[in-house]
Design a protein around this ligand. Structure first.
Ligand code: SF4
Length: 261
């Protein structure tokens, strides 16, 4: 027992040290504060949200789905975006990380979680899970950049959360991605992704620290996907105190992935 505790302390110290480079420069703006987290690891389900449905022809594979997204104009975001941000990683990934939507960098590069938040996510993957970006799948709930002013996609500080209408329009694409990947786990990054995917009104600090069943039955009864909510990497950049909770969440994820082997 003493030895296990010592090893865990070494793991945590290595993780914190590994993240220090990414956390060196503070990011403007506040972050949600961390509340004490429950230590429960058993799965449970909050209220089940209505299952979204594809309104267009169901694609044959991930490439066909990506082509649909690149041509999509189902909501206003499609008219202002520079690039649709479909998702990146392995279609055989056992875990899918989900954020709320692309920001400035993602809109320009067409890839989710790039820039400092993406670098931090990559470090967390590597130090806690021993995984690279190519080993997992990373996506957002909305595939186009929500902007405060859609006339100025080149402006910094123009990001905003997606509206319920935009989320509703785009959500079916995410579930199609999940159907193709068939992951064991989803990690929701931040409050917006967590609220949408778990159908809860509670903020991330209240729901993180435990696992849930994904409320949408993509593969029929008895084949739930486990959902592990944690902080968005941007929140860790603003508030380094959150990185210890994130380490705990990633350890929980690792235990679920090991159990699902
Ligand atoms: S955000 Fe989603 S639904 Fe809206 S235009 Fe982009 S791909 Fe289509």
């Amino acid at each position: 027992m003493r030895r296990e505790l010592a090893e865990a302390a070494v793991d945590l110290a290595a993780y914190l040290k590994g993240l220090d480079d990414s956390l060196a420069e503070p990011v403007p703006g506040g972050a949600a504060g961390a509340a004490p987290a429950p230590s429960l690891a058993a799965a449970s389900s909050p209220a089940r949200p209505p299952e979204p449905a594809m309104r267009e022809e169901r694609p044959a594979d991930m490439d066909a789905l990506a082509a649909q997204v690149r041509g999509c104009r189902k909501c206003g975001l499609g008219h202002a975006r520079l690039k649709a941000v479909f998702g990146v990683g392995s279609c055989k990934a056992r875990v899918v990380f989900v954020g709320e939507g692309p920001g400035f960098q993602e809109d320009h590069q067409g890839e989710p979680f790039v820039g400092r938040s993406g670098q931090l996510l990559d470090k967390i993957l590597e130090t806690v899970l021993g995984l690279k970006r190519a080993d997992v799948y990373i996506a957002n709930i909305v595939k186009c950049h929500p902007m405060k002013n859609p006339e100025t996609p080149e402006a910094h500080g123009n990001d905003r959360p997606p509206t319920p209408e935009e989320i509703s329009a785009c959500r079916p694409y995410l579930d199609e991605q999940l159907r193709f990947i068939r992951p064991a786990c989803i990690v929701t990054l931040g409050s917006v992704a967590t609220k949408v995917l778990l159908g809860t009104e509670k903020g991330i600090s209240l729901v993180r620290g435990r696992a849930y069943d994904y409320p949408v039955e993509l593969f029929g009864p008895g084949h739930p996907i486990k959902v592990v909510p944690t902080y968005h990497p941007a929140a860790l950049l603003r508030n380094p105190n959150l990185k210890r909770d994130t380490w705990e969440d990633m350890k929980l994820l690792k235990s679920l992935l090991d159990a699902a082997k």
